[in-house]
Design a protein around this ligand. Structure first.
Ligand code: PMP
Length: 341
């Protein structure tokens, strides 16, 4: 496949690079989702009174297509993104898009942008579906019309300098989401509240922030856009999905890989600050970060350090197992991979 020469394929980061096309569907007075197909990547026009602009009635997804080691374009657990998109939509009173409609739409846009998928060792094509309440609404009520968009963009590593141990910090100043609110939906409104906390920790030299549970500040929730895991004495543990945490697809994959392929003991439950600070290994998971090792966690200006021996870590084994499945370097015992069709 001839690759676009304007793109620096060897130095992809995590930024928007415009591609050929994006997908659009609309929901209006007909009361059903109707595909509008592909259009050139570009701006959209919105009513200033749209529900998304005024009340944040919108949800999104994030998934990737890989050029696998077999030389074919594949998706990883796309159906799970479709299901989560529908679940998030339901929570925000957005008309749900069926799994098949979602999967067909993603295939359509990826197929038209195949030449934007980086080579196997250079990165992946990040896929961003979003659904927005576009109709005007003055009162706080669901919009009457909606737009479903999907854009794609080639990405390399989420972290500028490649894989490195992250210096994380626990915040007692901010929460990400309340347990009975919209934290478990991938709602656009969950992210703006993390901008200031993140800005403040970056100014202090940290890489990532860990939010505590809003009802119990002894236990962890997650990071801004990644779930958290600890390993202690070969037991892999992660916070249970109790309402304020996004049910990460990487999180679920790591649990299944650890249990089914690596024979680790797994636990989902309350992860206390003490357990975090006394862990052997700590890592974040997410579509963008994959499995990202944590080198230190700071709390109240004390820094707790973990062993930085990635080559001999369980974190590496988990990360490699996941990447090998995604890249079709190993067999896929869970049937997670589907071909772009
Ligand atoms: N938590 C939050 C708040 C997120 O936005 C994400 C990214 N989708 C994750 C966790 C990780 O989820 P996934 O593994 O499905 O990307």
């Amino acid at each position: 496949m001839i690759k676009n020469k304007k793109i620096d394929w060897d130095n992809l980061g995590f930024n928007v690079i415009e591609t050929r096309s994006m997908y659009e569907a609309t929901f209006n007075s007909s009361g059903k989702w109707e595909s509008r197909g592909l259009k050139p990547y570009g701006n959209i026009s919105l009513s200033p009174a749209s529900a998304v602009l005024n009340y944040g009635q919108g949800v999104f997804e994030g998934t990737k297509s890989f050029m696998s080691s077999k030389g074919q374009a594949v998706f990883f657990r796309l159906k799970d993104n479709a299901r989560r998109f529908a679940a998030s939509s339901k929570r925000l009173c957005i008309p749900e898009i069926s799994t098949d409609f979602f999967i067909d739409a993603v295939n359509e846009v990826v197929k038209d942008n195949l030449d934007y998928i980086p080579d196997n060792d250079k990165g992946s094509l990040y896929i961003r579906p979003l659904v927005l309440g576009t109709g005007p609404m003055l009162g706080v009520k669901p919009a009457k019309t909606y737009t479903f968009l999907i854009f794609v963009t080639p990405v390399g590593s989420y972290f500028k300098s490649g894989l490195k141990y992250l210096d994380a910090v626990i915040t007692k100043k901010y929460h990400r989401a309340a347990i009975k609110s919209i934290g478990s939906a991938k709602a656009i409104g969950n992210y703006s509240g993390t901008l200031l906390p993140y800005k403040e920790i970056v100014e202090k030299g940290f890489d990532e922030i860990i939010f505590l549970n809003s009802s119990n500040e002894d236990i962890l929730d997650e990071a801004r856009s990644a779930n958290i895991f600890i390993i202690k004495d070969n037991i892999l543990k992660t916070p249970a999905l109790q309402g304020s945490i996004l049910p990460g697809i990487t999180r679920d994959s790591v649990l299944k890989i650890a249990d089914g392929m690596l024979d680790l003991d797994i636990e989902e439950g309350d992860v206390t600050i003490d357990e975090l600070l006394n862990a052997d290994e700590v890592f974040f998971t997410g579509t963008a970060v994959v499995v990202a090792p944590v080198g230190s966690v700071s709390l109240d200006s004390r820094k707790y350090k973990y062993r930085r021996d990635f080559e001999n870590s369980l974190t590496k084994q988990i990360r490699d197992s996941l990447l090998d499945i995604q890249n079709e370097k190993t067999k896929d015992p869970f049937d997670w991979i589907t071909k772009v069709k």
